[in-house]
Design a protein around this ligand. Structure first.
Ligand code: VGL
Ligand code: ZN
Length: 225
């Protein structure tokens, strides 16, 4: 069984949001198109309390995008974003949220950030996503959303770590690119970790349960005859 994981397609990550991801609005129609191909669609939702430790505003003398140590883990300080219940934390208008089978909030613990939809950044607490997927017979996941170089990357890497065959729908992802080249490096890191890099158009138009990917750009495809 396949599942689609839609990562953090929320107002604050859009082009005009509090933590803007350039081109993020382009993800919405591609996410809608991809969701039509899956019976199981899981959304992650960045869902921080106002006192969250990743917010620069909660660290006197620090500015957004500075790096600090947060309780023993490296942390990029972010503009205040995706505060629980605020409009910035809501899914983007026009995203077909009625196709979501389940939503997994993350980043609720103020002491640790949580980029991955599976675990917090310290890998101490699980969101329950792995168990939820396994209970439904899911063995293969497809990942899209924002940001390629943060939440998408760590979600895909954890999916592999949890034993799911994992494909990144790279055209339906956008990144922060704090330093030019971060997004490309993130994609290479995923590829090196056995994530297949593909695109929404490669999902077949056949039954959602048997959605197949040609696997363009995958190591397997490249090492073929
Ligand atoms: C994200 C930074 C902070 C993301 C979430 O969704 O990639 N990035 N919180
Ligand atoms: Zn966040």
């Amino acid at each position: 069984m396949n599942a689609l994981i839609v990562v953090d397609v929320q107002n604050d990550f859009m082009d005009d949001g509090a933590l803007p991801v350039p081109g993020a609005y382009d993800v919405v129609p591609l996410a809608n198109q991809a969701m039509e191909r899956f019976d199981i669609v899981v959304a992650t939702q960045d869902w921080h309390p106002p006192e969250h430790g990743s917010f620069a505003a909660n660290h006197a003398g620090h500015a957004p995008y500075e790096r600090i140590d947060l309780h023993g883990l490296p942390q990029v300080l972010w503009p205040t974003h995706c505060v629980q219940g605020d409009d910035g934390a809501a899914f983007v208008n026009g995203l077909h949220t009625e196709r979501f089978t389940a939503v997994f909030p993350k980043g609720t613990d103020p002491t640790v950030d949580s980029y991955s939809g599976f675990f917090d950044n310290g890998h101490r607490n699980s969101t329950g996503l792995s168990a939820w997927l396994r209970e439904r017979g899911v063995t293969t996941v497809f990942v899209l959303g924002v940001a390629t170089d943060f939440c998408v990357k760590y979600t895909a890497l954890d999916a592999v770590g949890e034993g799911f065959a994992t494909t990144l729908l790279a055209d339906a992802c956008r990144g922060v690119d704090l330093n030019a080249g971060d997004v490309d490096a993130a994609i290479e890191e995923m590829r090196a970790a056995a994530v297949t890099i593909s695109a929404v158009a490669e999902l077949t138009a056949t039954s959602s349960q048997s959605a197949l990917v040609i696997g363009l750009g995958s190591e397997q495809a490249r090492s073929g005859p």
